[in-house]
Design a protein around this ligand. Structure first.
Ligand SMILES: [Zn+2]
Length: 331
């Protein structure tokens, strides 16, 4: 036992002695916050263990997922206003034409002026009321630095994975909640990351879905980002919904992939946040350690040779298994 853990234990015992057994929710004071954090995971795991997955098992084809990523990366940079942005749009239209594809075009006010952006949503009808959304951003780093940033992992990997998931959903009847795939434009900051300069597509779509009543029907929003890294190590994201993160871990454990999940934890800003702010349960599946000390992130080093089909498979299968757990959860 480390000294810190020992101190936390003493504080927990003192807190229980002073305030009674059910007094762990206070967030006042560092000590109590520490004891709360020390106690939460086991309580959450206990609650999550009552959930049984429902519906047939679903899997992605790793070779096809990798092929899609390669084809997307071959379009070059895909920032708003680029040729690559148009090419990836045409590509998504051709791949998803049988999937009730909707387009959500808008003009974003950015530090670089007005920029045209476009989200795509493919819809797979389920057998009960409610929607599970899987998301990925489709744009690459801005401002443009020539065409030597291709975003194989950051933008490419999760977009290719969602297309492979579409193949799986198309091939069988979706049991349980409907599944929508959201391909989101304009995730990257145009100048530097702030709440107003980032996640343009997800903010636009969340506002649109609030207006038309869709938000209230969403049972879970699972985001994938930077999940192609051959050295896959997905964070426990502290900006995600704890019970949904627990289901992600449970899904990973059931498939034997748990060593790739939640070794690190971090509070990640990403496309899940506009939905979380509206009360949607969210989980961001992101490996924010890409190369030694994240050294490939947002550099021309973010190329296809750093990725592996196996990482796409692990993430895709865990997302699909998490859907089964969300379907099995009592509302
Ligand atoms: Zn990025």
């Amino acid at each position: 036992m480390t000294k810190r853990k020992f101190e936390i234990l003493i504080l927990v015992l003192l807190t229980i002695a002073l305030l009674g057994c059910d007094s762990k929710k206070s967030s006042s004071g560092t000590a109590e916050t520490s004891s709360t954090q020390a106690n939460q995971p086991s309580q959450r795991a206990q609650a999550a263990s009552n959930v049984e997955p429902q519906g047939p098992a679903m899997h992605v084809d790793p070779a096809r997922a990798m092929q899609y990523v390669k084809e997307i990366v071959a379009f070059g940079s895909r920032w708003p206003g680029s040729k690559g942005q148009e090419k990836v749009a045409a590509y998504l239209r051709s791949k998803l034409k049988a999937d009730h594809l909707e387009e959500d075009a808008f003009v974003a006010d950015t530090p670089a002026g007005k920029l045209s952006m476009r989200n795509f949503i493919a819809k797979f009808q389920g057998t009960k009321d409610g929607i599970i959304v899987l998301g990925s951003h489709i744009d690459t780093l801005y401002p443009p630095k020539g065409n030597n940033f291709v975003g194989a992992n950051d933008g490419g990997s999760s977009t290719g994975l969602l297309l492979a998931i579409a193949d799986e959903l198309r091939s069988k009847k979706v049991e349980g909640y409907s599944i929508w795939l959201a391909f989101l434009d304009g995730e990257e900051a145009i100048q530097s990351w702030t709440n107003d300069d980032s996640t343009y597509g997800s903010r636009h779509l969340a506002a649109k879905w609030l207006n038309d009543g869709t938000i209230a029907k969403i049972k879970a929003f699972l985001l994938a980002d930077m999940i192609g890294d051959a050295d896959l190590d997905i964070e426990r994201d502290l900006n995600s919904t704890p019970w949904l993160e627990d289901l992600v871990l449970q899904a990973a454990q059931r498939l034997g992939y748990q060593s790739h999940f939640f070794v690190r934890e971090d509070a990640v800003s990403d496309d899940h946040q506009p939905f979380a702010k509206l009360g949607v349960p969210v989980a961001d599946l992101i490996d924010f350690n890409y190369g030694y000390n994240n050294s490939y992130w947002h550099t021309p080093e973010d190329t296809i040779d750093k990725l592996s089909p196996r990482s796409l498979q692990i993430t895709g299968d865990v997302m699909l298994e998490t859907i089964r757990f969300v379907n099995g959860r009592r509302q």
